[in-house]
Design a protein around this ligand. Structure first.
Ligand code: MSP
Length: 505
């Protein structure tokens, strides 16, 4: 039976339209999902929208519509964007769906019955944009440390989740599972936060109505983060299909931005422990995508929308850039110029040229079937290295490293052509030598189409077709698919037009 692999993105707030920061996480999750499918895993890939809470209630009020109308509209914007970007999520969850409310209420009741929730009066400083309380000393110049906006003083009788009781259990978990928070810097941050002392947090609100009522005291509405985090369990069957839940839980990877690390690596595992469920296997927090050194936000009006970049670079050009341009971990700056330069260098020149020149020569030199690869050609070792390099890098979510390993093979094939000059061999009438070089290169292209398909699926499917292969690179299984010489002989080639036309800057 196939190995279960469960990857998630954060569920996005519906107060905002999807921008390239959201797309960054989602494209990475998609590349990972596609990569694991190539290894035959049974992949569940979840994304969705976070629709409750004060932030959304106020956004809807500002538009003069009901919160649900507002959520319907903006949630659809996320769906459409993911479809545009060829995202292969297997589910899309909305926290306003009945399946979610039911699952959250069942979960809450278990945590309550287990004695980890108590009623208390609370006065605190609340940031609506974060949907979180801060202490005086966490503020920067009296403002929210994340948004730089004023916080509100709120006094409420709330239910509290007793996070402080999980200090030892969390430390023990992260000591015995060092891989559970990545990268290392984020793990240290989480350990530091836990060791600094955990405070119980309020997990209900009476000041708003837009959310899920607590099952034992329905005038209290579940705190939006408590509700939101649980989406990961709802989607795999918590509360209505225990067998399915047990198959996919704990999640293999929660991919998140560093801004929501504390919620995912401290609150969330403790909440699960309180209900006797296992914490996620790995929370991987990446950095921000900055524009001109600043975080994108509606207020700074510096947001860049995927559809605008797709219009210039195509879907694969978009995906490739965000996977290859920066390591998946640290912050990175986005610039249009750098995107054009990378597109031209890697996609138009290296990848596109290799495909175009090999297919051009192979179709114009002989009108028969494609030449075969030699068993001991000079690209055999380069192909094996490409698989090893890609696998090692993708396994640590180093997408740029994985793509660099594929591009090494592309470079090796281009250098091989430069060195052998098959156009001269052809002119000299040496049909065997010409066929040998082109046969090797066609086989390398087949292997490249498989290994690059998680990042640039459209181009790889098209290349596959032009190579005369049946099916799609996405139906292949690693590692056998990239064994040298596995390509069928005698296929009919189609030279086609450039896969990635050059762009003017
Ligand atoms: N709704 C919460 C998450 C709940 S998960 C149970 C939330 N939503 S959000 O829409 O504000 O942001 C979600 C995620 O979007 C961030 O953690 C991050 O992954 C991504 N990003 C938003 N802006 C970003 C950048 N500028 N750069 C990179 N990622 C960013 O928080």
């Amino acid at each position: 039976m196939a190995t279960p692999f469960y990857v998630t993105t954060p569920i996005y707030y519906v107060n905002d339209a999807p921008h390239i920061g959201h797309a960054y996480t989602t494209v990475a999750a998609d590349a990972l999902a596609r990569w694991r499918r190539l290894w035959g895993d049974d992949v569940v890939f979840l994304t969705g929208t976070d629709e409750h809470g004060l932030k959304i209630q106020r956004a809807a009020e500002a538009q003069g519509v009901s919160p649900l109308e507002w959520a319907d509209r903006t949630s659809q914007g996320f769906r459409d964007t993911w479809q545009l970007l060829d995202i292969t999520n297997t589910d899309f969850i909305r926290t306003t769906e009945p399946r979610h409310a039911e699952a959250v209420q069942q979960f809450l009741q278990v945590v309550y019955d287990n004695g980890f929730i108590e009623l208390a009066t609370y006065e605190g400083l609340y940031c609506v944009a974060c949907e979180a309380y801060y202490t005086e000393d966490e503020l920067v110049d009296g403002l929210c440390p994340i948004h730089g906006t004023p916080v509100e003083r709120v006094t409420e009788e709330n239910y509290f989740f007793q996070l402080s009781r999980f200090t030892d259990q969390l430390l023990e978990h992260y000591t015995t599972h060092p891989e559970a928070v990545q990268p290392e810097t984020r793990r240290n941050e989480v350990l530091g936060f836990i060791k600094g002392g955990l405070r119980d947090f309020s997990m209900s609100r009476t000041s708003l109505s837009w959310g899920i009522p607590l099952p034992w005291d329905p005038k209290h509405i579940t705190y939006v983060w408590f509700d939101a985090l649980f989406n990961y369990c709802t989607a795999v069957g918590y509360g209505h299909d225990r067998a399915r839940f047990d198959r996919y839980w704990p999640a293999t990877y929660h991919l998140i931005g560093k801004d929501i690390l504390r919620f995912h690596a401290v609150y969330w595992p403790a909440m699960l422990m309180a209900a006797g469920e296992a914490p996620p296997q790995c929370v991987f927090a990446h950095g921000f995508l900055l524009v001109g050194g600043e975080k994108m936000s509606k207020t700074s009006a510096n947001q860049i929308f995927p559809k605008d970049l797709v219009a210039d670079f195509g879907v694969d050009g978009f995906r490739y850039h965000f996977l290859a341009d920066q390591r998946f971990g640290p912050d990175g700056d986005f610039s249009h110029e750098a995107m054009v330069a990378r597109y031209n260098a890697d996609l138009a020149n290296n990848f596109g040229n290799l495909a175009n020149r090999v297919l051009n020569m192979a179709t114009s030199y002989g009108d028969g079937p494609a030449p075969e690869a030699r068993a001991d050609g000079p690209l055999v070792a380069a192909s094996a290295r490409a698989l090893e390099g890609t696998a090692a890098a993708f396994e640590r979510l180093d997408f740029s490293g994985g793509l660099a390993a594929v591009w090494e093979l592309i470079r090796a094939a281009n250098s091989y052509i430069e060195a052998e000059e098959p156009w001269k061999l052809h002119k000299a009438g040496d049909a065997d030598a010409t066929a040998a070089v082109l046969g090797d290169c066609l086989e390398a292209l087949r292997i490249i189409a498989v290994l690059a398909s998680p990042a640039i699926p459209r181009a790889c499917v098209e290349l596959w077709r032009r190579l005369g292969l049946s099916g799609s690179p996405e139906d292949e299984l690693l590692p056998d698919a990239v064994a040298w010489g596995r390509g069928p002989s005698g296929t009919r080639l189609d030279k086609g037009t450039p896969l990635f036309p050059r762009l003017e800057s």
